[in-house]
Ligand binder design. Structure first.
Ligand code: IMP
Ligand code: MG
Length: 179
């Protein structure tokens, strides 16, 4: 097993099946609509690229990068946009694609921000949900997997910018935190 991995929580196979299922649901739900996927960099990159291949209707893809103020362990809810969308989303049905929802502060800010730009609709798909840590209520429309309150890595998700390339989702070994 990989040096940083404590336990594999979601296998490659489980991710593959779930992403296909989510893509089929989104295809059905967005038929006849003006779908734009907005991926949140960098964590959602793998999820978005796999998901998009299972969406069988026309779709635009754009990205945003955000960072939260304050220390990573104490989220303030104030989010700074590091990279914004390239185009207007007016009249688009925006689907935010996120890797993981934890306190909910990031997605709460982002949905408010995008709604103010006159999108026709703004919904959320997240690969992972850690409901135990929620601080603000955010309606999440599509959830891949609900996971316990553990720090995870893999399939796009990092610890100190590392381990994004693992093909599964795993909890991080305690020893690695201390390094
Ligand atoms: P929230 O604002 O607390 O919901 O934070 C969501 C963001 O925090 C995610 O997009 C991730 O970038 C990061 N994050 C939350 N939990 C984890 C984790 O277990 N591993 C790595 N990053 C995480
Ligand atoms: Mg993120």
């Amino acid at each position: 097993m990989h040096e940083a991995v404590k336990e594999v929580l979601v296998t490659e196979e489980e991710i593959r099946e779930k992403v296909k299922e989510l893509g089929e649901r989104i295809t059905n739900d967005y038929k006849g609509k003006n779908l734009m996927l907005v991926g949140i960099l960098k964590g959602a990159v793998m999820f978005l690229s796999d998901l998009a291949r299972h969406i069988k209707i026309p779709v635009l893809i754009d990205f945003m990068a955000v960072s939260s103020y304050g220390t990573s362990s104490e989220s303030t809810g104030v989010v700074r946009i590091i990279k914004d969308l390239e185009t207007s989303i007016e009249d688009y049905d925006v689907l935010i694609v996120e890797d993981i929802i934890d306190t909910g502060l990031t997605l709460s800010y982002l949905t408010d921000n995008l709604r103010k730009r006159n999108a026709k609709s703004v919904k959320i798909v997240t690969l992972l949900d850690k409901p135990e840590r929620r601080k603000v209520d955010v309606p999440v429309d599509y959830v891949g997997f609900t996971i316990p309150d553990e720090f995870v890595i893999g399939y796009g998700i990092d610890y100190a910018e590392k381990y994004r390339n693992l093909p599964f989702v795993a909890s991080l070994k305690e020893e690695v935190y201390k390094k």
